[in-house]
Design a protein around this ligand. Sequence first.
Ligand code: ADP
Length: 657
Amino acid sequence: MSAGDVAVDDDPFEEQRERVENPMKRLFRVYGVPNLRYLITGIVSSIGARLLDLVPPILLGFAVDAIFSQEKSYAAIWLVPDGWIPASQEGQVWFTVGLIAATFSVGAIFHWTRNWGFNAFSQNIQHAIRTDTYDAMQGLDMDFFADKQTGELLSILSNDVNRLERFLNDGLNSLFRLSVMVLGIAGVLFYYNWQLALVALLPVPLIAGFTYVFIQIIQPKYAEVRSTVGNVNSRLENNLGGISVIKASTTESYESDRVDDVSQDYFDANWDAIDTRIKFFPGLRVLAGFGFVVTFLVGGLWVVSEPGQGPWFFTEPISTGEFVTFILLTQRFIWPMAQFGQIINMYQRARASSARVFGLMDERGRVEESLDAKELEVTEGSVEYENVSFSYDDPATLDDDESVELILDSVDFDVDGGETVALVGPTGAGKSTVLKLLLRLYDVDDGSVQIDGTDVRDVTLPSLRRQLAYVQQDTYLFYGSVEDNIRYGSFDASREDVVDAAKAAEAHDFITNLPEGYDTEVGERGVKLSGGQRQRIAIARAVLKDPKILVLDEATSDVDTETEMLIQRSLDDLTEDRTTFAIAHRLSTIKDADQILVFEDGGIVERGSHEDLLARDGLYAHLWAVQAGEIDELPDSFVERAAERRAKTDVETDDDD
Ligand code: ADP
């Protein structure tokens, strides 16, 4: 049990997991069968290695009898042909030593091929599962990612897959090794002397029962350990994230106490588990020792007794050599028994992990490509929203008494090819959602979104998204160079193309000032760029993509006014001949748009050109007046509406908690 196992068992994926039947069967069918050759190599070698391990003690027994006491003929060994055995006692000693050395050498090769087989089996499977799971996950809707914590998804891709790997390697390896060993030893013991074998096997049921009880007791304790260590991690993560708040509020000692509390809980839970575990092994030792002592006592009395006059009911004759073999083998027999419990435990955990992995693979999104989807050809670039209604709630997962909350209600507008349309209005009005429907990050519930008269649901997703460039407010940079980030998605572009795009996005100057220019590493581990710099990289990315339709979601919100004016100039070039959607808070940036749509509460409340809207003297005109500094504040009626909207959003946020 290590801290790395944390959190998986708290099961954020219960729903997915419960849908999967017979996960281990499926694991072997889907991933085991194609890699069967490795498994077979492992199993055969394992059997070979174990059987060879049994040979030295058997040989030793024979040697004792044959060489030293001359009680038996060496020819009794069924492992070697009679003709091979030297006649002299000295020769027999050498022969025995040679045989044992040969067994060890061949055994070493088997050990190697066994580990090779099991490792190749588990590594190939973990690689295939991880990549398949990732591919499946990448294809899921945005909905799915909005619901799940990144940590939970990561834990499937790392912890669960690793756990399967461990079971397939160590678990299976041990299982076969132990089974062969236990069956092999038991077989040899019975072959020699079934009566003494029964005595030697006496502790087996006791050990099995003892181990079973131990697992029943320890498992809930481990669950407690996992949960408390999870609390420790959450606390630490939380505090490190908020360290500036802690310092600013001088709550260091308060936080130290809180960390102390959760750490103490972990200590207590862990100690409880340790206390049980450290008693288990000495307990096993006592049982094993008991078995050994009894076998030695009975066997010893038997060896010294007159032939046919063994103790109690023992009638079969037994030689000193047989007795030595018995004792040596019995010793080896006991410990593996205790490991069976661990294997069962590993199996149970692997089963839960594979259920989670398959549950994720089986997850189906709401946005699916239709079977007869065709490639989208954009000619004009006209876009039509026809009575679009949308809700983020999935009706399939709502309870009967819940109603869907409409985010967009009958949104209807047309954009001609090459036009620029601006979406404005208060936060939460649904502007971004409108654009997400165009990209098909979500599907409409009612109505349709069409490009050049084709419903976006009738075309393939890649052909749709290739025609669109989407510049978001918060630009994510991948780990890599600035150049890689601009080229992202247009991988064939040359260095010159990248530089031209950066110039067009007013990014060239700041990039050349970075320590290594276009080769500067950015992203989480690289140089930190400001929000405005990231936005300009995203715009350069869009310029390079040269899309038919451009989607700008607050693309210049984080840059200062001067830079914005510069970018605006280059955006004017970029948007001139292509259909452009722009969401903007600063109305000055969109006043030249061909069409301005004013959104409020999921619907369009005003539409027209800047001049039209000013003339209407409605919401747009007032927002404009505030931003232009002509009036200090919105009229009361607008303020009241905004307050109502905020109250509504606050309630929604509370629900989320
Ligand atoms: P805008 O772009 O106008 O600020 P959005 O389209 O982002 O508005 O959001 C419209 C409404 O949809 C808001 O009430 C917001 O809380 C909600 N919303 C946005 N994204 C999601 C989501 N992934 N899941 C559920 N609700 C969402």
